[in-house]
Structure formats: structure tokens, C-alpha cells
Design a binder for this molecule. Structure first.
Ligand code: GRF
Length: 204
């Protein structure tokens, strides 16, 4: 079977990207191949991680491009040129329009650092998610991988992993534990499952 061609969209440190790159080496990801990393910000350390791993790393600078339409047009052109089968949003902070998402129906997945539907939707990203979880006083949080549709964090859930919230937690310690104990395992396994299913016609 041909490996599915995977693009990872990033905006920041790229620890989830690193987990995917490591999973490709360890063989956890075998049905897909990460062939492209695209950042919407020039200062994303994730781009260095991609270059170090020998993966094509591109920048489409959202601010420099100026508007959503042009930004998405450039992104779509790059994804088509690389014949991408699956798009993975890994710490990617730009909103993608319904038009963009409709072109890759059930072929875009995202990792969200909470147990959707909790602490999800517009405005819930990065540390804000964990600040809200601690403010509500939940004892369990975690991470979710889901398909991306036109509703923020509203697509079908693929996988979830629960993580205990400790009394002494602050947003940073909770974020770190959820990344270590949930995100960095969930996302690679979900990429493998979705790529494998894409090879099985009619599933997913
Ligand atoms: C983190 O908040 C993570 O929980 C979420 O995106 C942010 C940055 O992730 N998925 P990364 O280190 O850039 O992968």
C-alpha cells in the first residue's frame, strides 16, 4: 500500500510535531509519511524541528500575507502541489474557513488539549484551556483528537485520553502533563489509524 502523504500545520514550539516525527521513526506511524510542515508564523520553532528531521518546511506568514483569502489560497496551492492526503493541525492557531475545510472533508485532524466538549470552541486554545479547567475545578482533564469541520473543535471525535488534575497544578504544569501523558501519544496513534483507514476504501 502507498503511504498516505501527511502535512502538519504548526504555529509554535512543535512538540506535537516532534512526537509525530519520532513516531515515524519508531514505526508507530507506518501507513503515512510526513512530507510537509507549514507554519503560519516565522518564529515557530516547529520549522526548525522539521528541517532537522529533513522534512520540507514552509512558511506562509499569515501577518505578511495580509488576509485570510490569500493565506488559504497559498496554503491550498502548497497542499495540492505536494499531493497531500491528510492534514494534521498540531498547535496550529489560524482559523480555517468552511470553504477550506470542505475541500478536505474528513481529511483534517486536530489535537485539542482538553476532553471535548469541555473547554473547547472559540477562544479555547493554548494555556487558556488549562486556565479555564483549573478555574472550574475539574479533577480530570486530558486531550482529544478530532476531525476538523467548520465548527471550532466541533468535528467527530477520534480519540481521547484523560489526565488527572493535581491540587498544586497551575496552567503550565497541567499543560505540560497533558502534552506528555496524552497529546504526544494520542496524535501519532490517531494519524496512523486515519491513514490506515484511508487505505481501506469506505472507512472513515
Ligand atoms: C499546546 O497548547 C498544545 O496543548 C496544543 O498546541 C499548543 C502547542 O503545541 N495542542 P506544540 O508544542 O506547538 O505542538
Amino acid at each position: 500500500m502507498l503511504k498516505k502523504r501527511v502535512a502538519v500545520l504548526v504555529s509554535g514550539g512543535g512538540t506535537n510535531l516532534q512526537a509525530l516525527l519520532d513516531a515515524q521513526i519508531s514505526g508507530v506511524i507506518n501507513s503515512g509519511e510526513i512530507v510537509l510542515v507549514v507554519s503560519d508564523r516565522p518564529d515557530a520553532y516547529a520549522l526548525e524541528r522539521a528541517e532537522t528531521a529533513g522534512v520540507k518546511a514552509c512558511l506562509i506568514d499569515k501577518k505578511a500575507v495580509g488576509n485570510q483569502q490569500k493565506f488559504e489560497a497559498q496554503m491550498l496551492e502548497m497542499l495540492a502541489a505536494e499531493e497531500i492526503d491528510l492534514i494534521v493541525l498540531a498547535g496550529f492557531l489560524s482559523i480555517l474557513s468552511a470553504d477550506f475545510v470542505s475541500r478536505y472533508e474528513r481529511r483534517i485532524i486536530n489535537i485539542h488539549p482538553a476532553l471535548i466538549p469541555a473547554f473547547s470552541g472559540p477562544g479555547f486554545y493554548g494555556l487558556k484551556v488549562h486556565e479555564a479547567a483549573l478555574k472550574r475545578g475539574v479533577k480530570i482533564s486530558g486531550a482529544t483528537v478530532h476531525f476538523v469541520n467548520e465548527i471550532a473543535d466541533g468535528g467527530e471525535i477520534i480519540a481521547q485520553q484523560a489526565v488527572n488534575v493535581l491540587p498544586e497544578d497551575n496552567p503550565q504544569t497541567l499543560q505540560q502533563r497533558i502534552m506528555e501523558q496524552a497529546e504526544w501519544q494520542l496524535l501519532p496513534h490517531a494519524v496512523e489509524e486515519v491513514c490506515k483507514a484511508m487505505n481501506t476504501v469506505g472507512v472513515y
